[in-house]
Design a protein around this ligand. Structure first.
Ligand SMILES: *Cc1c(COP(=O)(O)O)cnc(C)c1O
Length: 393
């Protein structure tokens, strides 16, 4: 079929087209509602059109949109302070996306060694199945051949190792190793979780060999897994961490967090961004944190996670020909499918539930973290309707 759109052909959009969102629901032009278990890929952490976020954005929009990093923005210090107060980090650089947060993380790790005179320490160890973004450096970090092919020489200094293979990591560490980059739970790669043991082992290696441990929490961060950051499940802290998706609640932004010891060489002139830390983004992210840091918020995520896992376990029992495994933490859950995950996603969409396919033939269930028990009940019914039809085929 001829592509008559003026858009790049990088995406193929399905019907329906959404015109409005409210809480957990999205509405199409005909007014049909869909339970949004995609959350814009783990972005709309507080659902659609959350009043506190809408107010924060409106108020900021009436005052000041943009001054660039030529000048300080008050909300920026506050947000950085809150992120540091609630994590391992001492320093923050704000970006506009996840990939840019990773670029900053990679640059910071390499520059740390450069500044100490270890100019040959440039290699970053990463893991097969990882996803770190679509810039030239982050496709090299992810190592997915499909994303690399046709885009010129692969950016140097990224070495992919098999998932969860401690021996492979031990063997790969040498005098050129600058950092280890890892998602505590792989999102795009199919909700595959690295064990606490594995992360502890990485931490030990990094300490022994002066290597920078970098977590990519772009998808897992900001309460998605039931802790503010996924690394808090293991207690194994990184030296650098990339955030984005849920942090802006739908406003495009990201952040690179770091320990002072690692960020110390990032002085004027080493890195920059025209839009990073924009007043609008700062206002919205501060509003997101107002809610996520409230007492009881993480408990709510944990409770809803328990209920959703219960439903998924039922589906696993009732539809053994469709599903084989439940994965994930909090409200970053996956169902490993026995038929193509895209077929399941389409059937669910037709039943009024939006999910996201992931690698390893998994469908991801990423509802807004504010979802209620009743909404989960309604989702269960709609999903069951879809699965009855699929299993009857
Ligand atoms: C989405 C994602 C990215 C890339 O974020 P963008 O905002 O699309 O650049 C990087 N890492 C992980 C783990 C992600 O899920």
């Amino acid at each position: 079929m001829e592509n008559t759109s003026n858009l790049f052909g990088t995406y193929v959009y399905p019907e329906p087209q959404f015109v409005r969102g409210a809480g957990v629901l999205l509405f199409d032009a005909e007014g049909r509602d869909f339970l949004d278990f995609s959350s814009g890929i783990a972005v709309n952490s507080l659902g659609h059109a959350h009043p506190h976020l809408v107010n924060a954005l409106k108020q900021q929009a009436e005052n000041l949109w943009h001054t660039s990093n030529l000048f300080a923005v008050p909300g920026r210090e506050v947000l950085a302070d809150r992120l540091c107060q609630n994590s391992f980090a001492d320093k923050v650089f704000f970006t506009n996306s996840g990939a840019e947060a990773l670029e900053c993380a990679i640059k910071t790790a390499r520059h740390y060694h450069f500044d100490k005179g270890d100019v040959e320490k440039i290699n970053i160890l990463t893991f097969e199945g990882a996803f770190h973004g679509r810039t030239l450096a982050t496709i090299a970090a992810g190592g997915n051949q499909q994303y690399l092919e046709g885009f010129g020489p692969k950016s140097q200094g990224f070495i992919q190792l098999p998932f969860g293979d401690m021996d492979a990591v031990d063997a790969a560490v040498d005098e050129f190793t600058a950092g280890i980059l890892i998602e505590p739970i792989m999102g795009e790669g199919g909700i595959r979780e690295h064990s606490s043991e594995f992360l502890r082992h990485l931490r030990q290696l990094c300490d022994e060999h002066d290597i920078v441990l970098i977590y990519d929490e772009v998808q897992t961060g900001i309460a998605r897994t039931g802790k503010l950051f996924a690394y808090q499940w293991s207690g194994v802290e990184p030296d650098i961490m990339a955030l984005a998706k849920g942090l802006g609640g739908g406003f495009p932004m990201g952040a690179c967090l770091a320990r002072e010891t690692v960020a110390v060489s990032m002085v004027p002139g080493t890195h920059g961004s025209t839009f990073g830390g924009n007043p609008l983004a700062m206002a919205v992210a501060n509003a997101v944190l107002d809610i996520v840091l409230e007492d009881g918020f993480l408990d709510h995520v944990g409770k809803m996670s328990g209920r959703l896992k219960q439903y998924l376990a039922e589906f696993l029992d009732s539809y053994p020909d469709l599903f084989e495994e439940i994965r994930g933490e909090g409200l970053l859950l996956g169902l490993k499918c026995k038929i193509p995950n895209s077929e399941i996603a389409v059937a669910l969409r037709e039943a009024g539930v939006l999910v996201v396919p992931a690698g390893d033939n998994v469908i991801r269930l990423l509802p807004p973290l504010i979802i209620s028990e009743d909404e989960l009940g309604e989702t269960h019914q709609r999903m069951d309707r879809a699965f009855v039809l699929l299993a009857g085929k």
